[in-house]
Each structure stands twice: as structure tokens, then as C-alpha cells.
Design a protein around this ligand. Structure first.
Ligand code: ADP
Ligand code: MG
Ligand code: ZN
Length: 677
């Protein structure tokens, strides 16, 4: 179809005057029958990219969507345009679904929306295959990947059903796919030489800020941030339902505010959404459940009162600000405590492999009911641990569970798949943490994260790193004369080449009584000003990879002279540190890791580590499946003597104690005798 005709469909059928960036190219590829992977941010206008080609190609397009609300919204919009769209999902009665099928078979539909699990209904895929589809659109396609942030097991089945629905071109659409997820989508769906469009992650009107602030202060900071009228409407993302309710309560004395989370009645949630859309509510304090598919253009501020669990989710959420293109702000609050929370959830959601094994080993080809299994394992897997572990087994193919809860043995391959997912999850957490602690342009980091490296080279000019003087959640001040002096000393030292930040501090600052904390702030400020880069590096020692950071001068940094007028800003913490702290280990490690170890504890930790390595080797599993580093350190510090002591240590479940308790206690008591003797 020539371009002139595409634009005609755009104007006449959809009522838009012009294509947005990239839409036309995407539509053209799909009209020509190519498979397409489309990764564009929320609000970029992805729906049109499958809707227009569907109309242009004629016939019925099948749209697979994970959420009832999305299906309802989209089909209503299409019907309002005079197109015929039907949907089939669990929220509708049988008659409506049956009617939709009839209309489909009669060729009366332009669009048929379904949830992926519908394909499991016997006879349904066959019914679909009776006609040739114009196109198959898979919306929110990241749900197919377990590396994505919103994995849905039912999406995984799609690949199996697609071949029967061909030759229609398949378009996978998502806003949140990192390169790993993109690859996974393509493999799982078996897309055929797809054309890829990955664009538009830079948002020009968002001023992103990240601020380190302790938990108790976050509510007040949120309130102050939202006080100026022009910063509302706003969404605040809170980490738990409880906090969303509490914070909404706190704020409602100042502006009309409501909580929103998955535990509220659907009807209630619907009302909150409607009132927020209509401007009757100014602030919504939500868990992540809020905002998917919501199209409110004038949100001025998005606040996160805790560290999000992935950059993808975070980007999605801040992306709800400023859809109208007007300047908007996003503020992320975090502190070390957030890391601990994430660790806690990680350990809860990813039980050790041996706990999964306990279940797997009990499974047989003949299905058994889950309550029977749970009962047999009740001394080893308490309460929810059983459910979590079984759930993981099922997701990774180690168990089959039918609708009635009967469990049969699956495939051994679950192990590798599970371990790599657990590692991937950990990597995601690390990624968010690095983002929060880094001193690089926030927007550039996000753009790179989504795989657009070219665009990711440009700084945004308005985040807290690019433009500290305009930040609102924290204060920055120009360097003091002493800090300036130190800055030039650092530049001098780096002229000879990159250096680890630890060494740099020792050699340049420590003798001058400049603490590690201030030094880190200064380095960050210099990095933010583009004078140096802070890079992660690592070396191998005793078979372990040890990471550190090194500082490298940029050309701007190398050319800077004392007489140049360069303004560098540091965070204004309101107080100059009085006490000169000793150099500290890198922060983000949780409380027990932060304190320096006594020589005895360090020696014990080494010994435990060696034991763990050996044990992991014997069992053929990664070390973290035995104990996490954190648990290991806690053991080294606490030196448990009794089972009671062991139980008090984080990460020591009953299964662990049963398996390793004896060995751990032996190592500890041996160490004790040695130090005493
Ligand atoms: P996405 O799925 O990428 O999040 P949508 O497809 O829901 O985004 O589109 C977001 C909004 O942009 C919708 O309100 C849609 O009507 C609008 N839109 C899409 N394409 C155009 C266009 N070419 N011109 C004007 N508005 C558009
Ligand atoms: Mg969409
Ligand atoms: Zn920036």
C-alpha cells in the first residue's frame, strides 16, 4: 500500500492528522506482511501500529492482551471509531463470548481481543484457525519472558499456538523490553526475520531526580514536593499496600488523595481511576498495580517512595508523567534500607534450589494432590515456602499442576532455568541500585538500558546529575574552596591514568583529612559535571571476582585548569562532617556487611567460604544455593553454637539447618578453639 493510502486510513478511519515518530514505518512493514517487534515507550502510540495495518490488510486481527481493562479500553475506542471490535475474557458472560465467536466466524469483526489463557480452552484455537487472520498482535509482549518484569506463564504458551494461525504476520508490542527480553520474545514466539523497531525511550520533558533519604523522612518530603499546585496531579508509588493507605491518609489533609492497590475491590479501584482521570482526585498513592493502560496526559509528578525492583518497571511508572509533553518531574527516594527490603523479598520469592528439590523428588508421573505433598513435607517446608517452591517448579517445567491442584512430575530441566532466573532477578536488583547510586545522566542511563546505545550517549540536561542546581528534592551547592582544591589534586593524580577510587582516596585525600564520604560525593559531583567517568571494573582473586570502581578523566577533565571557571555542584547535606571517618567499604551491602570484621571473624568467614565452595562443588550447585554471602557473613560474626543460635541467623531455614547446621557449628567451634588456644 503506497504511503498516500496509509495516511488516508490514518485520517479517515482513525481521525489523526499525521503519523507520530516511527508509526508510519512500522505500519508499512506490517501491511507488507512482515513480523514485527515493536519496542516503544508507553504512550508512544503502539496500538495504532497494529490497528492501522489490520484495517489496511482487511479481515479480522487477533489481539492478545494480558489485562481485561486494556481489552475493554481498546475495544471501546475502536468501536467508537465505527470499527467492529469484540473481546472474549473471563469478565464476560458466556452469551457475549459465544456471540463474539459467531461474529468472528461470519467475518464481521475487524478486531478480536482475547486473553492468552483463552487459547487453552479446548476447541478455541481450532475455531480461530477456521478463518485467515489479517494480523496477530501480541500486546505487552514482555509478559512472555521470565526475564521481563511482569512474566505471565500463559504468555509462554503462545508460541505453541501461533503456527496454526499463520500465515498472518505477528506483531509483538511492548514498552519495556531490554535487549535480553527482546531476544526472548523473538525466540519464544518463533518470529520469522522480524523487522525491529526500538525507539523513543528518551522523554524530553521529564526532569528525573534520585534522592537518598531515610524512610521516616519520605512522607514529609513527598508532601513538600507536591505542595506547589503546579506539581499536581501526581502519582506516588509506594512499596506496599499498607504504606499506600497510610501515606494517602497523611496527604489527604492537604490535597484530595486516595490509595490504590490490588487488595481493594475492583469497583473501588475503578472509582479511584475515574476520579483521578476526571481531576477530582489530585494524588493517588499506589502500588505498582496502578496506571497500566491509563491515559492521563497531565500528570505533573511521579514519586517513588522506595527503590523499585527493576529499571523496566521504574521507567514505565515515571513514564506516566507528562504525556502531554509539558515539563514534569519524577523523584525516586531511596536509602540503604531499601536494599535490605529487596534482599528480604528476593529470599522469600526465590527459595534455594534444594527446597525445590524436596518437592521435585516426591513427584511421580501419577498426579498427587498438592495438599498431600504439603502435608508430607510440612516439617521441611513451612507454610508459604511450599507454595512458592511448587510455584517455581511449575513455572520452570519441573511440575505440572492441573486446575484441581493435582501435581505430576515434570522435566529435570527446571533446575537450570530456575537458577538462571534467580540470577537474572538479582542482576535486575543490582541494576536498579547502580542506577540510583550512579552519577551519570539519569535519562541517558535509561535510554541505554533499553538498548538504544546511540541515543544513550546524550545527556538530558535536566536530571539531578545534569542540572543539580534545579533539583527540587535535594539541595546542591557549589564546591567550597577546599573541595575545589581537592578536585584539582584529584585531576592531577589522574593525569597519569585511571585509578581505583580506593587508591585515589588514600593517595590524595586521606592525608588531607578529607573523609571517604566527602571524597565519594566529590567524585560523584565531578562525574556529574563531566570531568571524569566512574567505571566498574573487576579482577580475579582466589577464584572470586572482586569488583571495584575506577576513575578515568574525560578530555574535559584533563584540560581543566585552576583558572577556568567551572561550576561543580555537590549535594548539600547541610553539615560538614565533623569526624574524619576511616575509609569505608562500599556501602550497599546491608547492615551486617557494613561493619568492619574483626580479624577472627574475617578468618572464620574465609573458612566458611572455602567450605561452601567445596559443598557447592559436591552438590553441583552454585554457591548461593548453599548460603548467600550475607548469611555467611552473619554466621562469621555471630558464631552460632546451638541450633537456637543458628535459627536466629537470617537465611537459615529449617531445611538449611537440617542439612548444613552440623557442619557450620563444627567450623565455628573449631575456629573458637583456635583463637582461644
Ligand atoms: P502505547 O500503546 O504505545 O502505550 P497508545 O497506542 O495507547 O500508546 O497511544 C497513546 C495515545 O496516543 C492514545 O491516546 C492514542 O489515541 C494517541 N495517538 C496514537 N497515535 C497518534 C497519532 N498519530 N496522532 C495523535 N494521537 C495519537
Ligand atoms: Mg499499549
Ligand atoms: Zn541528565
Amino acid at each position: 500500500m503506497p504511503p498516500a493510502q496509509l495516511i488516508e486510513v490514518l485520517q479517515h478511519t482513525f481521525g489523526f492528522s499525521a503519523f507520530r515518530a516511527n508509526q508510519e514505518a512500522v505500519c508499512r512493514a506490517a501491511v507488507e506482511g512482515s513480523d514485527v517487534l515493536l519496542v516503544m515507550p508507553t504512550g508512544a502510540g503502539k496500538s495504532l501500529c497494529y490497528q492501522l495495518p489490520a484495517i489496511a490488510r482487511g479481515g479480522t486481527a487477533l489481539v492478545i492482551s494480558p489485562l481485561i481493562a486494556l481489552m475493554e479500553d481498546q475495544s471501546a475506542k475502536l468501536n467508537a471509531l465505527g470499527l467492529k471490535a469484540a473481546r472474549i475474557h473471563s469478565g464476560l458472560d458466556r452469551e457475549t463470548s459465544r456471540l463474539a465467536c459467531r461474529e468472528y466466524l461470519n467475518g464481521q469483526l475487524h478486531f478480536l481481543f482475547i486473553a492468552p489463557e483463552r487459547l487453552r480452552v479446548p476447541g478455541f484455537p481450532e475455531m480461530l484457525a477456521k478463518r485467515r487472520l489479517s494480523l496477530i498482535a501480541i500486546d505487552e509482549a514482555h509478559c512472555i519472558s521470565q526475564w521481563g518484569h511482569d512474566f505471565r506463564p500463559d504468555y509462554r504458551l503462545l508460541g505453541k499456538y501461533l503456527p496454526a494461525l499463520r500465515p498472518a504476520p505477528v506483531m509483538a508490542l511492548t514498552a519495556t523490553a531490554t535487549p535480553v527480553v527482546q531476544k526472548d520474545i523473538l525466540t519464544q514466539l518463533g518470529l520469522d526475520h522480524p523487522v525491529r523497531f526500538i525507539h523513543g525511550f528518551r522523554r524530553h520533558n521529564l526532569a528525573i531526580e534520585v534522592v537518598e533519604v531515610s524512610r521516616p523522612k519520605r512522607a514529609l518530603l513527598s508532601l513538600n514536593l507536591l505542595k506547589p499546585q503546579e506539581r499536581r496531579p501526581a502519582i506516588i508509588y509506594a512499596p506496599t499496600r499498607k504504606e499506600s493507605v497510610w501515606l494517602a491518609q497523611e496527604l489527604s489533609a492537604n490535597f484530595s488523595t486516595a490509595p490504590y492497590h490490588a487488595g481493594l475491590e475492583p469497583e473501588h479501584r475503578g472509582r479511584v481511576q475515574r476520579e483521578f482521570l476526571a481531576g477530582k482526585l489530585e494524588v493517588v498513592v499506589a502500588t505498582i498495580a496502578f496506571g497500566m493502560g491509563i491515559d492521563k496526559p497531565d500528570i505533573r509528578t511521579v514519586i517513588h517512595t522506595a527503590l523499585p525492583s527493576s529499571l523496566e518497571g521504574y521507567y514505565q511508572e515515571i513514564g506516566r508523567a507528562g504525556r502531554d509533553g509539558k515539563p514534569s518531574r519524577t523523584i525516586l527516594m531511596h536509602s540503604y534500607a531499601d536494599r535490605r527490603t529487596h534482599d528480604f523479598f528476593y529470599e522469600r520469592d526465590y527459595p534455594p534450589v534444594d527446597e525445590l528439590d524436596l518437592i521435585f523428588n516426591k513427584l511421580e508421573a501419577r498426579p498427587r494432590h498438592r495438599t498431600e505433598l504439603a502435608e508430607e513435607l510440612k516439617d521441611k517446608l513451612y507454610g508459604e515456602i511450599f507454595d512458592t517452591a511448587l510455584d517455581k517448579l511449575m513455572t520452570h517445567g519441573g511440575a505440572f499442576v492441573d486446575f484441581d491442584g493435582n501435581v505430576a512430575r515434570g522435566d529435570k530441566i527446571w533446575r537450570q532455568s530456575y537458577i538462571s532466573q534467580a540470577n537474572q532477578r538479582m542482576a535486575q536488583l543490582d541494576r536498579v541500585l547502580r542506577y540510583a547510586e550512579s552519577y551519570q545522566c539519569r535519562m541517558a542511563q535509561l535510554v541505554r538500558h533499553f538498548g538504544d546505545d546511540d541515543d544513550g550517549r546524550r545527556a538530558c540536561g535536566q536530571c539531578d546529575v545534569c542540572s543539580p542546581e534545579r533539583a527540587i528534592a535535594q539541595k546542591f551547592r557549589p564546591l567550597s574552596s577546599r573541595e575545589r582544591e581537592m578536585m584539582f589534586a584529584i585531576i592531577d593524580e589522574l593525569q597519569t591514568g585511571p585509578k581505583s577510587t580506593g587508591k585515589l582516596h588514600q593517595e590524595v585525600c586521606q592525608c588531607n583529612g578529607f573523609s571517604r564520604d566527602r571524597f565519594e560525593e566529590l567524585l560523584g559531583a565531578m562525574s556529574g559535571a563531566g570531568l571524569l567517568d566512574l567505571e566498574e571494573a573487576s579482577f580475579e582473586k582466589d577464584g572470586r571476582s572482586i569488583t571495584y570502581r575506577k576513575a578515568v578523566l574525560t578530555s574535559e577533565g584533563a584540560e581543566l585548569r585552576g583558572s577556568d571557571t567551572v561550576t561543580v555542584f555537590v549535594r548539600d547535606t547541610g553539615q560538614e562532617p565533623v569526624r574524619l571517618a576511616a575509609p569505608k567499604e562500599r556501602k550497599r551491602k546491608g547492615p551486617e556487611l557494613e561493619a568492619p570484621l574483626s580479624p577472627e571473624a574475617a578468618a572464620l568467614e574465609e573458612r566458611l567460604r572455602a567450605w561452601r565452595r567445596e559443598e557447592a562443588g559436591k552438590l553441583g550447585r552454585p554457591a548461593f544455593c548453599i548460603f548467600s554471602d550475607r548469611t555467611l557473613r552473619a554466621i562469621a560474626v555471630e558464631r552460632p553454637r546451638t541450633e537456637e543460635d543458628l535459627r536466629a541467623i537470617h537465611g537459615m531455614g529449617s531445611a538449611k539447618i537440617a542439612k548444613f547446621g552440623e557442619a557450620v557449628r563444627a567450623i565455628c567451634s573449631e575456629a573458637m578453639t583456635q583463637t582461644q588456644g
